[in-house]
Design a protein around this ligand. Structure first.
Ligand code: RP5
Length: 170
């Protein structure tokens, strides 16, 4: 947690934390200060509305919202702020996140939510996407994003070489 967070990570329940921690880890890799908390669209609508209305004036630049099931958290927050909102579908019900995905992605025209993949990969990408938004006006973060691209490309080179060596031996 940081004193002047630029990104706010919120989730519908503490049971979402294991997945949403992946967004936090990504932000830490970019050195971006963030806050993380629980607030629920259904169980604490007043708290959620207050959070959404106050986020921009507290200096928050991007909101990442993870929720499962009838996942309305990201959409309800997007309804109350002009900050970019990224939604992460959590696979917390017998429908394995398909319910959360559809609930988050199918926003009506006028209230956008950038929706990621279901689960940990989606939470990681939410952190990276938030960094890309911050990186538009932060050269240090933009440089780290370039380094990530180079690292990913290098990892594919290594996998390719390993595969070719295995094929030669067999
Ligand atoms: C959603 O309901 C939460 O985001 C969570 O994914 C799911 C289950 O919450 P708990 O019953 O574990 O608190 O609102």
């Amino acid at each position: 947690m940081s004193e002047n967070p630029l990104v706010s990570i919120v989730m519908g329940s503490d049971s979402d934390l294991e997945i949403m921690n992946e967004a936090a880890k990504a932000l830490e890799d970019f050195g971006i200060p963030y806050e993380i908390d629980v607030t629920s669209a259904h169980r604490s609508p007043a708290r959620t509305g207050e959070f959404a209305r106050n986020a921009a004036s507290r200096g928050i630049r991007v909101i990442i919202a993870g929720a499962g099931g009838a996942a309305h958290l990201a959409g309800v927050i997007a309804a109350e702020t002009t900050l970019p909102v990224i939604g992460v579908p959590i696979p917390s019900t017998p429908l394995n996140g398909m319910d959360s995905l559809l609930a988050i992605v199918q926003m009506p025209a006028g209230i956008p939510v950038a929706t990621t993949a279901i689960g940990k990969a989606g939470a990681t990408n939410a952190g990276i996407l938030a960094a890309q938004i911050i990186g538009l006006s932060n050269a240090g973060v933009a440089a780290k994003l370039q380094q990530l691209k180079a690292k990913l490309a290098q990892s594919v080179e290594e996998k390719s070489q390993k595969l070719q060596q295995l094929r030669k031996r067999s």
